[in-house]
Design a protein around this ligand. Structure first.
Ligand code: F6R
Length: 608
């Protein structure tokens, strides 16, 4: 979490930094700050609150003249959001300034040591220890001081560092937190993520773990932690710069929901060739696929919900047992990976700390890992043995929608590929499923065009206190995601339950007018879910149902019905989630919540 930006060149640095930070606010937005060298000293301005507070404080950067600077937008870990805890942090003489994304795990012993040497701390952050440590090791050679500090600190960090004594250079350092650098004819840039500098350059360098970059106005040098110079090749970023702009939509989340037909098409179509599924990136021969005995899927949040769906789809079609884990649990439970196991990690950002750790844990146990990843060049993309990209483009809203939808179809492709190779699906069923897959984008489009009806319904529930989502099988997985979408952006408490489980305790919470959203897309489970709907309705619940077109029987048990087009039951998630995303979105908008940047959250969770 947290976003960092740096610039050194011919242009005023502050406006470039502010512009870059505005593209990184999705990473954290409880405070922001900047350090700019004004020709004599390093000037710092920082404040709790959104970036716009810093913009006002600095008159859009005009009060911070200078062509060298670093900036930060924060998601607090150590120390509450406050002016003093905001980054950048100085050493005591105010000659070294540091911005940091990550966590310094051994900051307490280091802080004690620095205090015993007479250093005075002003903040509660782990980052401040870095400023003092660099000061402690600095004897005139910045690179030497930085690498000494890298040898001392444990944890994760992406850093931007500047020295008043070396105003012709800034430094970028990385370990386990994302960092890129880029260059154009006017200068060099540091950023946590590509959108921050896409306006200025498409030529970026991905910094690897334990690497340092010295940026000057017209060139960059790359070093290892042992100060050895290394060379790097730039990557040309193909993204459309407009993809990271709102483009007339009120929120990024709405725009990204509307992009789902495209992201689903982009993820599916390059892998469907001549009536077959070709996933070159899988890096597995047919014999290797046939040898898979078990699939372990590991992910967090919505990506984990994709994993839950994947269990039903892969087990159902390819008849391979699937175990799904939340990454933060998997990494510490000493997992048993048996002979023939395949590990899949799913991540939009490719930077989620727990998912990355699960990947490494699996590799240490001797297993190859397939990453289903959205962000090209991210840590998981680089470290996974094979990468299947979801071509969703930059996702800015904190609540995922389009990347989730792209992950779902990536899973359908994998499941069908496995089934075809293993012979667990007939040719005619495979062809019929392919046809249904290709129809998904249009069907999603159709559901999105019905948004007004959902908006009207959502407006009735902006005062809700508790909402329950129920479903069975894949419908349960859909319920989990529907519930998360609602709660994370509207702050309304909601829970997802396997419909049959409700009566084992939770049904006691149902009272008059409690909203229960029931998902019933699986024909073989329809009557069962219907019974559960009747049970909650009998206890006063208001029942919203999401079901397939034609299932009009449901109107006996539901107060409000949203029909989705028919598709193969294994793909129903891709359609049923659309009205639930819209519902969460419009409830949050109706409540006046900050939809794109919900409180306490950040887009990329790079801490445990
Ligand atoms: C919810 C959401 C999160 C992410 C989770 C994993 O809307 O976006 O639950 O799904 O933090 O993030 P990635 O996919 O980047 O690993």
């Amino acid at each position: 979490m947290c976003g960092i930006v740096g610039y050194i060149g011919k242009k005023p640095a502050a406006p470039i930094i502010l512009e870059g930070l505005s593209k990184l606010e999705y990473r954290g937005y409880d405070s922001a700050g900047m350090a700019v060298f004004d020709g004599e000293k390093i000037q710092i301005k920082k404040s709790v609150g959104r970036l716009k507070v810093l913009e006002e404080l600095t008159h859009d950067g005009a009060t911070m003249p200078g062509v060298i600077g670093i900036g930060h937008t924060r998601w607090a870990t150590h120390g509450a959001p406050s002016d003093v805890n905001s980054h950048p942090h100085y050493n005591e003489k105010e000659t070294i300034a540091v911005v940091h994304n990550g966590i310094i795990e051994n900051y307490l012993p280091l802080k004690e040591k620095m205090i015993s040497k007479g250093y005075k701390f002003t903040s509660d952050t782990d980052t401040e220890v870095l400023a003092h440590l660099i000061d402690y090791y600095y004897k005139g050679n910045p690179l030497e001081a930085i690498t000494k500090v890298m040898h001392r600190v444990q944890g994760s960090y992406a850093l931007g560092i500047m020295f008043a004594e070396h105003p012709d250079q800034i430094f970028a350092v990385r370990k386990d937190s994302p960092l890129i650098v880029g260059q154009n004819e006017d200068g060099c840039f540091i950023a946590s993520d590509v959108p921050a500098i896409l306006k200025y350059t498409r030529k970026v360098y991905f910094i690897q773990n334990q690497e340092v970059v010295r940026l000057r106005a017209d060139h960059m040098h790359f070093y290892t932690v042992d100060e050895e110079e290394i060379t790097k090749e730039p990557v040309n970023i193909e993204w459309d710069a407009d993809a990271a702009e709102k483009g007339g939509y009120e929120h990024f989340m709405l725009k990204e929901m509307y992009e789902q037909p495209k992201t689903v098409t982009d993820t599916l179509m390059p892998r469907i060739k001549d009536g077959d599924i070709v996933i070159e990136e899988l890096g597995m021969s047919d014999d290797e696929i046939k040898a898979i005995r078990k699939v372990h899927i590991v992910a967090c949040g919505s990506a984990y919900h994709v994993g839950v769906t994947a269990k039903y789809v892969i087990e159902g079609i390819a008849r391979i047992p699937v175990e799904v884990d939340v990454a933060s649990e998997f990494r510490y439970r000493n997992p048993i990976l048996e002979e023939g196991a395949m590990v899949i990690v799913i991540s939009q950002s490719g930077e989620t700390a727990d998912t990355l750790a699960a990947l490494r844990e699996s590799q240490q146990l001797g297993y190859k890992v397939l990453g289903i990843v959205n962000v090209v060049g991210s840590s998981i993309a680089r470290e996974a043995d094979n990468v299947m990209y979801t071509w969703a483009g930059p996702e800015i809203a904190v609540a995922t929608t389009k990347a989730y939808s792209a992950q779902l179809v990536a899973i359908y492709l994998l499941a069908m590929k496995f089934a075809k190779v293993k012979g667990t699906i007939s040719d005619s069923d495979f062809t019929a499923m392919l046809k249904d897959l290709k129809r998904l984008p249009d069907q999603i489009e159709m559901l999105l065009s019905n948004k007004e009806r959902i908006q009207r319904f959502a407006n009735r529930y902006i005062g809700a206190k508790d909402v329950f989502f129920i479903g069975r099988g894949i419908d349960y997985a859909i319920s989990m995601e529907g519930s998360l979408k609602l709660k994370e952006i509207s702050y309304i408490h909601s829970e997802a339950y396997a419909a049959g489980e409700l009566k084992h305790g939770t049904i006691s919470l149902i009272e008059k007018d409690t909203l229960v959203a029931a998902v019933a897309t699986q024909d073989n489970l329809f009557q069962k879910t219907l019974s559960n709907m009747v049970e909650v309705k009998a206890r006063g619940a208001f029942v919203l149902a999401v079901t397939n077109a034609g299932n009009t029987d449901i109107e006996k048990a539901a107060d409000y019905v949203i029909y989705i087009p028919r598709t193969n039951p294994y793909f129903a998630n891709s359609l049923a989630i659309i009205p639930l995303q819209l519902f969460g979105y419009y409830v949050a908008v109706g409540k006046g919540c900050d939809v794109d940047k919900p409180r306490n959250l950040a887009k990329s969770v790079t801490v445990e």
